[in-house]
Ligand binder design. Structure first.
Ligand SMILES: [Fe+2]
Length: 285
């Protein structure tokens, strides 16, 4: 399964800005970039904070964009989302019997994606209470003979940034107790951190990605604020297989020059001195 992972677009109403950026324009740029560079993508996974304030107009803009994509989409909610508003716009998006936005995709290659809803209404931290973890247990039991990749907004590990860890997943121990009984679980694709971050617990790895919009500054010192940044906007591209996976991170907002290695650019003193990529290699850009 060839998966595009995009997280935390934080859409606001069209035309409005957030932290000096236009999140909808960033999403449009990300989707245009992946259409061009990732034509084999089979599925788009968006791990929450679809919107910044849960506005209907932001969800409507997202729905319009996703409708133009050739791939199906798995959407998750983050702490910035509003479940009721999401449901109003995405009435047909799968959810579990409790109304949580949780769903499964079973690929023909023996790989499954199981998406979890960690939103706690009115709070920034996440949780899997209210039957969500039991739902995961049942889905895993049904998929004992498949390779399972999980997706959730709040990562089930601390990242070392105090302000983000303070609003992490509340019931991590219960989550890992369920996963410990499911050796078919390979990896967790998460959001929330707005940074590239990789971790491993037991045999299961965890990754997060930069947002397509604003990022979180890497800050280990305790403080009562979280610093943001405008590091490049990114999305990830993963190939999921029964026995493992790989993941690339694409910084789609990066406009630095591309150049041929081992060619005439060695002596360039500034990036603008680099010779452009010549034909017939320019199509590689
Ligand atoms: Fe976020």
């Amino acid at each position: 399964m060839r998966l595009v992972h995009l997280s935390d677009p934080h859409l606001v109403a069209p035309g409005e800005r957030l932290f000096g950026l236009d999140p909808l324009a960033r999403l449009d740029a990300a989707l245009a970039h992946l259409r061009h560079h990732e034509p084999d993508a089979e599925l788009l996974l968006v791990t929450g904070d679809l919107t910044d304030r849960g506005e209907d107009r932001a969800y409507a803009a997202l729905k319009q964009r996703l409708a133009a994509l050739p791939q199906p989409t798995v959407l998750l909610l983050g702490n910035h989302d509003e479940r009721a508003a999401f449901r109003r716009t995405f009435a047909d998006h799968p959810r579990d019997d409790g109304g949580f936005v949780q769903s499964c995709v079973d690929g023909a290659d023996g790989v499954s994606l199981v998406a979890l809803d960690t939103l706690v209404r009115g709070h920034e931290h996440g949780a899997l209470d209210g039957g969500r973890l039991a739902w995961l247990e049942r889905r895993l039991a049904e998929r004992a003979d498949r390779a399972v990749y999980l997706a959730m907004h709040h990562p089930p590990v601390a990242c070392g940034i105090p302000g983000m860890d303070a609003i992490g997943l509340a019931d991590v121990d219960a989550f890992w107790a369920v996963v410990a009984e499911a050796p078919q679980v390979r990896h967790v694709f998460a959001g929330h951190i707005h940074r590239p971050f990789f971790a491993r617990r037991g045999d299961v790895t965890v990754s997060t990605l930069p947002s397509p919009a604003h990022q979180v500054h890497l800050q280990y010192a305790a403080a009562d604020v979280v610093l943001g940044s405008h590091e490049p906007g990114c999305y990830g591209v993963a190939t999921l297989a029964p026995d493992g996976f790989d993941l690339h991170v694409r910084a789609f907002t990066d406009t630095s020059p591309r150049f041929v290695l081992d060619a005439g650019g060695y002596g360039a003193t500034t990036p603008s001195d680099l010779p452009p990529v010549p034909h017939p290699y320019d199509h590689l850009i």
